[in-house]
Design a protein around this ligand. Structure first.
Ligand code: AMP
Ligand code: MG
Length: 429
């Protein structure tokens, strides 16, 4: 007779796993100063405060004429032109009973209270000495006020902002040539699997039976770099306990995170879990999600004196080997973890992914026991199409798709239902 099987532990819910993972991501303390133009996607380490108003003075938002309202009781008034103010030049006070020729971005002369756009004027005699004003302006018309974008002394970008092209432009607009950002998390990346071959090592027609190319290494490295990490690419580690232990030990000393893919399942060829348990602790393992069940978090002890942080541990995250599982768990779990680790404000990673209701133009008649992340694409009718093969090995689905449907366990989908759509572009930025 067979011995009774031990009761299987229920898998951890994704939300609980995310909360647990984020609670363990203590922000790193190191910072560095970078030229503003090099700080894209980095996290600001201090509040950026403006020392001036933007715009610095009231200025014109049109090519036209600066006027005093009291001089224009009705349409058709003729005013002599008393000065000419191009952008970048100072203005003199506006003489009463005259107007000033003014160009977009030029300072409004003291005394003027509106701009009449060029299209609402006609020159008298064609020599720009005087103009007909063909419209009665409203007070403040076409004037951009000093400080309407940024006021002196205000926080333009708070500490913890993940910088974007637009925020770098704003920083430059207040004169910031350099920015203090948090240091890059140092991440050691390795793949496990004796079947893996690096592209370029063996040509496709000479691949041995059972061999496959290593795809995870490529997208993981790129995703890490986009998230502002310094990546040490440690290549492929063979499916042997000793090799796995050696790779983890070496990597722990000089990195903040070890990220692996594959080998984290339950087979005898899966050495990651016991190796992490031996060298530190395994705190999180297996999440009730599809794809992505074999996800692990733990820590690996550092050797004393090897640049260890306060706890003397290096974070460890083991991603599944299946490429789609690896990709999806990276975006949903590792991304917020790394943002918090480099000091990003909570608003940058909470919620870790945003969903919006979109109509399903497909059926999902069979629900899964796990929360499922389906690869979908928005169609021209504003609905979602489903990639026909949802296997976790089919990376084509992630290239074809522009999003995921977050479908809770046990829920079937019928054409026309509103489902929770996650835009992949949000997570790839
Ligand atoms: P594992 O989690 O190691 O059992 O791997 C699960 C599946 O993912 C297997 O079919 C592996 O061949 C495949 N796999 C693992 N690592 C990679 C990788 N780096 N690139 C592509 N496929 C992989
Ligand atoms: Mg494997």
């Amino acid at each position: 007779m067979n011995a009774p099987q031990p009761a299987r532990k229920p898998l951890m819910a994704l939300d609980a796993a995310l909360a647990d993972l984020l609670a363990r991501a203590t922000p790193l303390a190191a910072t560095e100063t970078l030229a503003t133009v090099l700080a894209d996607r980095r996290v600001l380490a201090e509040d950026l405060v403006s020392a001036l108003h933007v715009p610095p003075q009231d200025n014109s938002s049109m090519d036209g004429y600066a006027v005093r309202l009291t001089d224009i009781a009705e349409k058709g008034v003729v005013l002599p032109v008393s000065q000419r103010i191009p952008a970048g030049h100072a203005a003199q006070p506006l003489e009463p009973g005259t107007c000033a020729r003014i160009f977009t971005g030029a300072p409004v002369p003291p005394g003027a209270d509106a701009i009449v756009m060029q299209e609402d004027t006609r020159e008298v005699g064609g020599d720009f000495h005087a103009v007909h004003i063909d419209a009665v302006p409203e007070a403040g018309q076409w004037i951009r006020r000093a400080g309407e974008d940024v006021t002196r002394g205000s926080v333009v970008l708070p500490r913890g902002t993940r910088l974007s092209a637009a925020s770098l432009g704003l920083a430059a607009g207040i004169g910031a040539a350099q920015l203090r950002v948090t240091a890059k998390p140092r991440v050691a990346l390795f793949s496990t699997g004796d079947e893996l071959v690096m592209p370029g090592e063996v040509p496709p027609e000479q691949m041995k039976p059972g061999a496959i190319y290593n795809s995870n290494r490529f997208f993981l490295r790129v995703l890490l770099e986009r998230l502002g990490c310094e990546v040490s690419d440690l290549g492929i580690v063979p499916d042997r306990r000793e090799a796995t232990l050696a790779a983890l030990k070496t990597a722990a000393d000089h990195h903040d995170l070890i990220l692996t893919s594959g080998g984290v399942s339950v087979g005898e060829e899966d050495h990651i879990k016991p190796a992490v348990q031996q060298l530190g602790s395994l705190d999180l393992w297996q999440i009730a999600m599809k794809p992505g069940k074999p996800f692990a978090y733990g820590t690996v002890r550092r050797d004393a004196g090897a640049g260890a942080d306060a706890q003397g541990h290096c974070h460890f995250i083991g991603l599944p080997g299946n490429p789609v599982s690896s990709y999806v768990t990276f975006l949903l779990l590792v991304r917020p973890f790394l943002l918090k680790l480099q000091g990003a404000a909570e608003s940058e990673y909470q919620p870790p992914f945003k969903t919006m209701p979109v109509r399903a133009d497909f059926d999902l008649p069979r629900a899964d026991k796990r929360r499922e992340f389906l690869r979908v694409r928005r169609n021209a009718d504003g609905g979602l199409d489903l990639f026909p093969n949802q296997s976790s090995g089919v990376l084509t689905s992630t290239v074809w798709g522009d999003g995921l449907v977050d479908n809770l366990a046990g829920i079937t989908i019928a054409r026309g239902d509103l489902v929770n759509y996650i835009a992949l572009s949000d997570l790839l930025a």
